[in-house]
Design a protein around this ligand. Structure first.
Ligand code: SF4
Length: 323
């Protein structure tokens, strides 16, 4: 043993370095998008856990232009991490739910930045229209930038999706992935491994489905609980009890073991806005939990893809938990 640590999973940072040949950082951009699951089109309340800002707590206000936000974040991140190339990350709510002319204007404005390597666009799988995809494919070719759709799936268990009021099922996700691929775009799947009602077998099947679909990347979030949400009310009334940190760590390891090794992993858990949070990451820093996951994988000498059913055209597979 020479003391060198073996990577236990295919990290996004390493993936970006392979693709672009240098460090690339994502810069959040907020363009004031909304969501059909909140504005009355599909429903009014949103998902049980959705907060008012839709992820905007990490970003700048939507009143700033796309170029101003990119310039401000680039100055900070570039100085802090020594990065020269960036991905504009349209992070908040469902960005392909913007009217097409506004969506086109935002993407075109981002592409004026000379240091831009790509666009990452967060949205719902049922908000991916072909006219938006055609525009993105044309923009990608014209500007020479990669385009990734960040699709919120959360779990493949359609009963859980219904129970947390996602307003879409698994089929919409599969359809969006296939159509994005037809247009030459890549997909990152956002997943929550500890939604109420989900068990370890759901985690395994979620890893199997995104592996079978060969998404480019996944981003994991541990479910957090915000004030003034239906989940927050359930939490305060004792109707919702989050799984333990130990159980979450087990689920992440199980997920990674069943995940195809080519799929990049952007995060193992996320962060929440401190001021409005009732429960987040068991009161620990995300870095501490991340370290515990990696340490446990090292202790078990396991890694991403170790139990993946979709390697080398393996034919006979079935859904089960490891003995
Ligand atoms: S899809 Fe996202 S933005 Fe829309 S209600 Fe659910 S969590 Fe909120």
């Amino acid at each position: 043993m020479d003391g060198t640590r073996v990577p236990r999973y295919n990290s996004y940072g390493a993936y970006l370095k392979r693709v672009f040949g240098e460090k690339v950082y994502k810069l959040p951009v907020n363009v004031g998008a909304t969501c059909p699951n909140r504005d009355g089109t599909l429903a009014c309340g949103g998902c049980l856990y959705c907060g008012e800002d839709g992820g905007a707590f990490e970003g700048l206000p939507a009143t700033m232009s796309v170029s101003e936000q990119l310039a401000r974040n680039k100055e900070y991140i570039g100085r802090r991490y020594g990065a020269r190339k960036f991905i504009a990350y349209f992070q908040t709510f469902s960005n392909t739910y913007l009217p097409l002319p506004r969506f086109v204007a935002c993407m075109e404005e981002a592409c004026l930045d000379p240091d831009l390597a790509g666009l990452a666009i967060a949205t719902r799988p049922d908000c991916v229209r072909d006219d938006y995809l055609r525009f993105l494919a044309e923009l990608s070719a014209r500007r020479g930038v990669g385009v990734e759709l960040e699709l919120g799936l959360q779990t493949v268990n359609y009963r859980t999706l219904a129970a947390v009021r996602r307003g879409h099922g698994l089929a919409e996700f599969i359809d969006a992935v296939l159509r994005a691929r037809e247009h030459g775009l890549t997909v990152c799947a956002h997943l929550i491994l500890n939604l109420p009602g989900d068990e370890r077998l759901d985690v395994v099947e979620t890893a199997r489905v995104v592996s079978a679909l060969r998404v480019a990347a996944v981003k994991l979030h541990a479910l957090y609980v915000l004030k003034d949400t239906p989940l927050g009310a359930d939490y305060l009334a004792g109707r919702f009890i989050p799984v333990s940190a130990e159980e979450y760590i087990e689920r992440v390891i199980l997920f990674l073991e069943h995940l195809h090794p080519d799929i990049a992993v952007q995060r193992l858990l996320g962060r929440a806005p401190a001021a409005r949070t009732l429960f987040c990451n068991w009161g620990l820093s995300w870095r501490r939990i991340h370290e515990r996951i990696v340490a446990e994988m090292e202790a078990r000498d396991t890694c991403q893809g170790r139990r993946c059913d979709y390697l080398n055209g393996k034919a006979l597979t079935h859904l089960s938990l490891p003995a």
